[in-house]
Design a protein around this ligand. Sequence first.
Ligand code: DHB
Ligand code: FE
Length: 297
Amino acid sequence: MTTVVGGIGTSHVPAVGAAIDHGKQDEPYWRPYFEKIQPAREWMAAQQPDVCIVVYNDHASAFSLQLIPTFALGVAAEFQPADEGYGPRQVPTVQGHPELAWHIAESLIGDEFDITIANEMDVDHGLTVPLSVMFGEPDAWPCRVIPICVNVIQYPPPSGKRCLSLGRAIRRALDSYAGSDADSLKVAVFGTGGMSHQLQGERAGLVNAEFDLAFMDELVAEPDTGCLRPHTAYIREAGSEGIELVMWFVMRGVLDDEVDEVFRMHHVPTSNTGNGLLILQNARGRAARRSRGPSGP
Ligand code: DHB
Ligand code: FE
């Protein structure tokens, strides 16, 4: 059994990583964004999670169009920052948690979630930028990381509903973990990507802040309704890359049905993306969360 200390929804804009890596955080363009996220970093520093499960998408870095897993779970001892064409980001190597990751694999597959198992997987800005957003620039990341990679690059991506179900199955796995460090293990879960953005075509530069905020409202209060939004609605309302937001439903599924919103930020501009950051915690003062059916094997 582990403790889920919270869920973080965050954009993974590469320019944010570059601003951190090149010391631009105090420049006029960037300062407002970094000031806004400071309380989120303080929240994270106070939680001290042992493990972060980071649900992210690869942008044709580790996987090419030759091989496209819908869901891939990283079980390796470490994951290297990917070279996305201009050399790997100079950020720490990501340390995995093979014992917990293999337990999650066994539990998910026993629970009829047949994820791909990745023994080697370089991690691109989709994973490393959210770590930089929440942890800044440490010499080593302060926790272990289990990467869960979701295909939102090549049609057809998984539905929001499937992503919410995956999160709930991951929660069942966490609840049944009995590994050597199980008693004291604190876990945070990230859902990353989005918010509204379109990087190409006639509508390149599209940002829809109204949609982004409504998305967050629904994710918090009515995930079982919000998850039913079709892919075409993401494209119409949030641009062609807005589909990355389905990954936030995995995060939401790991949490209890009732959550408290402890932090929310939406900022424009950072590059050409509606940049959101949302932190949720299981609602305090509740004896038990609603049962979600049988645990896996
Ligand atoms: C950009 C790339 C992304 O993968 C993303 O999610 C948002 C923005 C970009 O290149 O600006
Ligand atoms: Fe992206």
